[in-house]
Structures are given as structure tokens and as C-alpha cells.
Write a protein that binds this ligand. Sequence first.
Ligand code: ADP
Ligand code: ZN
Length: 294
Amino acid sequence: MLGGIEAGGTKWVCAVASSPDCILEEVRFPTTTPEETIGRALSFFREMEARHGRLAALGIGCFGPVDVGEGSPSWGFITTTPKPGWRDTGVAGVFQEELGVPVGFDTDVNAAALGECSYGAAQGLANVVYLTVGTGIGAGVVVDGRPVHGLVHPEAGHVLVRRHPDDTYGGRCPFHGDCLEGMASGPALAERWGMRGEEIPPEHEAWRMEAFYLAQGVMNLVLAVSPERVILGGGVMQQGHLFPLVRSELLRLLAGYVGHPAITEQVEDYLVPPGLGQRAGIVGALVLAARTAP
Ligand code: ADP
Ligand code: ZN
């Protein structure tokens, strides 16, 4: 039996499964304090072990920034998050000790990218980017079939973007102001236009501007990583009409420079929504578990 946690800044999803595409039971609850949130997850897995037997491994896809460095003293910690109460919080180690199981730990977006590679819109591909556009913007990067870790991990939600000539909004990233996340996250949309993304009508100019920024983020990733497919997920991308806007803006920005037909002729298969929908994160966490199990 595998365990998985999609540990988000807004909510946590915990699941047990016989394989990542066969979930047995699942719970979700809001992210409150670390003690309460981790405590609820531990109770769930203890109850599941009593009912279904021992876990072979647990996978955690976690909001961050996190420490994914194997052998690092703070491996499995959430590090410099601005989320109140969660800075320098150990996550993976607690589960390892309390449940006595091996734990695979990665960013929420790396886990989602892995889920999409295994069971979603990027099956069979080894080089994939998953960009989520929600409360924040984050990018999961899989290269040669493995989530990219480095000095820390990719933080491509915070790449710098050119300002739209009609945009006077200052941006809301607490670190950089007008980086991609600062200009194009769900809360940035809401603050700029005075209504939440859910309420902005499809024909509103907000979406052209949103696509202008998102396409720059995607272009930077295409140029830096050369993914075989880019997946755009998160709450804001529920606006399906954004996809054609981002695709055409991406083609305009690339200006034929990356001349591969997968982009120039089949961009609708290149820049796509998650095949797993909102389930990419939890399925990805279970894939992490499967890869960690002895
Ligand atoms: P989180 O990033 O917190 O895990 P989401 O991916 O759902 O969760 O992102 C939440 C953000 O996305 C909010 O700013 C919300 O206003 C925006 N959002 C959610 N659903 C939609 C939608 N259907 N259309 C536009 N924006 C949305
Ligand atoms: Zn930023």
C-alpha cells in the first residue's frame, strides 16, 4: 500500500492506494497550523494502516520553498515560505519517524509533473514542465524522467517578465513585486481588476493581459529547459479560453526561433491542460511513493 500527501498552502489531500492510479481512500482538509495539519495527516495514515495494512512508502508533494537535498540536515523542511507559521517547518522527517516508512519528498509542482508524466497528459515523455497558476505560480520540471533538483529546486514562477504597455499594476510578489507570480497569479488578477478570476467574464481584457504574462513564463521555460510538452494547471487555468490565447502569444513571442513542428505546427498538443485535472498533485505524490518503496 502506498501513501500520498498533496501538501498545499490552502489544503492538504492525503490518500492511500494500491497503485498511483488506484486510490483506496482519500481525505482533504484545510492547511491550518503545522501541528494541527500534520497531526490530521498522521491520524489518517494510522487509521488507514489499521484498516488496510502497512504502508510500503509515503510520497509528499509539498508547497515551498522546500529543501529536497538528500543528505541535507534540513531535508524535508519547508524553508523560506511567507506563509505564517510554516517557515522552517520539518514535514517529511515527522512522517518517516512517526509512521516508520520511507518517505519521498518533492515540491508540489514537481510531484504534479511526475503524475502527469506517469498517468496524465505527458505519458511517455521524459522532459516535461508543469506550470500551476493559482494562489501562486510554480513550475515543476522533469528532465530525463526525474524531477529536477539542484542547488535547491526550480522556482520558475518567479521569472521576470516584460510589462504590458497598458498595465499600471505594481505586482504582488512579496519578494520581487512584478515577477511572473506577482503579475499573473490568481490574487494578482483579483487585485488588478477588482474581481476574482472566477468572476471575470471570458471576453474581458484581463485574459489577454494574463496570456501576455503567462506566455512569457512558458517561453522562458521552453528556451531554458526544452520540454517536450508544457502543462498548464491550477485554478486560473480552469478558464479554458485562456489556452488558445497563451498558445498564440507563445508562438508570437518565439517568432519561429524554436522551429520544431511540435511547437510551430501542433501547439495545441504542446501546451495543454493537465490530463489528471485537479488530481495531478495527489497522483504525483503516490508516484513518488512508488518510486521510494523498497
Ligand atoms: P491553490 O493555488 O491555493 O492550491 P488554486 O489552484 O485553486 O489553489 O488557485 C486559487 C486561485 O485561483 C485563486 O486566486 C482563485 O481566485 C483562482 N481561481 C480558482 N478557480 C478559478 C477559475 N475557475 N477561474 C479563474 N480563477 C480561478
Ligand atoms: Zn517573485
